[in-house]
Design a protein around this ligand. Structure first.
Ligand code: ATP
Length: 245
């Protein structure tokens, strides 16, 4: 359903993503992990069409992201790490604007706005201007916007940053149930406990390459001495395991 086929992206002489090959199937929640600068955001931006690969191809269903951007945008929803809202619109107006951009007919747009406002518990403040929203309210509104067209692939860059425990629970439950409903969720995160809790598979990036791809249990059995938590496994994989006493 979603496939990176030998994808490379360079910025000048710097290689940000290096011959990435990765396939994701329906019903799967995949967490992309890696240090700052590993290439996660570049990978995500290529998938959502904000950056072009220097070489290689990304397919969403039958469509090539570079050559069929319109078709791909109907299948993909994106929550960026630095979300943008129009301050002078209310939450409801913003969601309606997004629905209109997808060309949804009147009745479907109205229904979608109500559905997402309900799902993200936005109803109490959806008629206030978004400039008055807290970080959590803004983030939930951006999630609602990304899901307004029920995308087959939901792409989320650092979903938990700055959220309170209530919003974290809401977002975790949402990502899990959305993937279980037969969609693909691809998220990048530094929050390893969240990845361990909800991801079906993880991909660990280092210097633009995937150095591990699979289930956390598989990572555990591939480095048996590294401990149980994803954090200790991740650090061992990066060559930064606990120093011995
Ligand atoms: P973080 O966890 O900090 O968000 P990341 O894994 O998302 O990091 P990227 O933002 O994809 O990493 O960056 C990958 C590499 O590409 C880094 O070396 C970064 O410095 C470089 N890079 C990213 N954007 C640009 C740019 N616009 N111009 C030049 N180099 C860039």
């Amino acid at each position: 359903m979603l496939r990176f086929d030998n994808v490379t992206r360079t910025y000048g002489s710097r290689v940000a993503v290096d011959h990435l090959t990765l396939s994701l199937e329906r019903g799967e929640l995949f967490a992309l992990l890696g240090h700052n600068g590993a290439g996660k955001t570049t990978t995500i931006k290529m998938l959502v069409g904000l950056l072009k690969p220097s070489s290689g191809t990304i397919y969403v269903g039958p469509y090539d992201v570079t050559h069929n951007p319109r078709e791909v945008s109907r299948l993909v929803g994106y929550v960026p790490d630095l979300p943008f809202l129009y301050d002078k619109l209310s939450g409801r107006e913003f969601l309606r604007f997004v629905a209109d951009m997808y060309g949804m007919p009147e009745a479907a747009a109205k229904e979608a706005v109500d559905r997402e406002a309900e799902r993200f518990q936005l109803k109490d403040f959806q008629d206030q201007l978004t400039e008055s929203y807290s970080h959590g309210m803004r983030q939930r509104t951006v999630f609602a916007a990304a899901m307004i067209h029920q995308p087959d692939v939901l792409v989320v860059d650092e979903p938990m940053v700055g959220l309170d425990p209530h919003s974290i629970r809401l977002v975790k439950d949402l990502l899990k149930s959305y993937s279980q409903s037969g969609k693909i969720v691809l998220m990048s995160t530094h929050t390893l406990t969240v990845a361990e809790e909800i991801a079906d598979r993880v991909g660990v990036m280092k210097s633009g390459k995937i150095v591990f791809e699979g289930k956390v249990e598989e990572l555990r059995s591939s480095i048996p001495d590294a401990g149980q938590s994803l954090e200790s496994l991740y650090l061992a994989l990066m060559g930064e395991g606990e120093p011995s006493e």
